[in-house]
Design a protein around this ligand. Structure first.
Ligand SMILES: [Zn+2]
Length: 281
């Protein structure tokens, strides 16, 4: 059996390629990580090298000690993952202190895990805790419409959540807890990782101004679908504000409460504020 025949590896590769085909991964943009289930670690054990050198993560994630992750490589291109996953991705193990990792498979021509590894692992740590182990996928992409909106809307959780919810009835059902927004920061380090993981305590979606988006979810379908839904809503919003500066009609706060009731989701009241004008915020 080849490692690429294993279900989670196939799912990981497919998600990378789906993101590439959406146009969210120019050059080496974006990164993906998946926390393996215990039975999946056993399934791939014959492929793992456990003599690798332990390296510093750059932050501490003690609640992830002993966990295994599949992640994309730093400087690797999403469009190449499907052609040669052993070159573009890796499987790594976290040590018992949660401060080091070692590569157990992949990156066969050298390289490092994604430069956003601190953000991914800190988000995983928060989400593993809050979801009681259900969330396993963290996905970062560069979808153009969401990024465009970070130049024209106020960078607040309330405005981004409300404006995107109004663009499609499915939105408050797909991301009922809303969206967090981080102002522009230098990527790749601990500071932006801390800011993002702080938002992930409340939300499954975080937007990085003038950069892109992070999504968290239970599996590949849900996490890709979340990214896709938010970006589709952003595309509609860009079209709306390209045609007019003021909406003639929209989904109202009471409409959202009605949807939440019938679809058994909780929508925080902080997003259902009264607007003073139908114009662009
Ligand atoms: Zn990025």
């Amino acid at each position: 059996m080849e490692i690429t025949e294993i279900s989670f590896v196939r799912g990981f590769i497919r998600m990378c390629n789906d993101g590439w085909e959406q146009g969210w991964h120019e050059r080496n943009g974006g990164n993906l990580s998946y926390r393996l289930k215990p039975e999946e670690v056993e399934e791939i054990r014959p492929f793992l090298n456990t003599n690798g050198e332990w390296k510093e993560i750059g932050t501490d994630v003690p609640k992830l000690s002993g966990e295994y992750f599949m992640v994309t490589g730093s400087g690797k291109y999403f469009r190449n993952v499907i052609l040669d996953p052993a070159d573009s991705t890796c499987i790594l193990e976290i040590d018992e202190t949660g401060s080091k990792y070692r590569i157990c498979w992949g990156l066969v021509h050298g390289g490092r895990p994604t430069s956003e590894l601190p953000s991914h692992l800190m988000n995983h740590e928060v989400k593993k805790d809050i979801s009681k182990g259900k969330h396993r996928v963290i996905y970062h992409a560069h979808p153009a419409n969401v990024i465009a909106l970070t130049f024209v809307l106020p960078l607040t959780d309330e405005v981004f959540t409300r404006e995107l919810w109004e663009m499609a009835t499915e939105c408050p059902i797909v991301f009922p807890s809303g969206i967090g927004v981080v102002g522009w920061m230098v990527p790749g380090g601990r500071e932006i990782a801390v800011a993002t993981s702080e938002l992930m305590k409340q939300y499954d979606v975080a937007i990085w101004a003038h950069h892109g988006m992070f999504c968290s979810g239970e599996d590949f379908d849900l996490t890709f679908g979340l990214m896709h839904t938010v970006e589709k809503a952003a595309e509609i919003l860009v079209k709306v504000y390209s045609m007019t500066n003021a909406k003639r009609q929209t989904i109202t706060p009471q409409d959202f409460r009605d949807v939440a009731r019938d679809f058994h989701v909780t929508v925080p009241e902080k997003f259902l504020y009264e607007k003073s004008s139908p114009e662009r915020p």
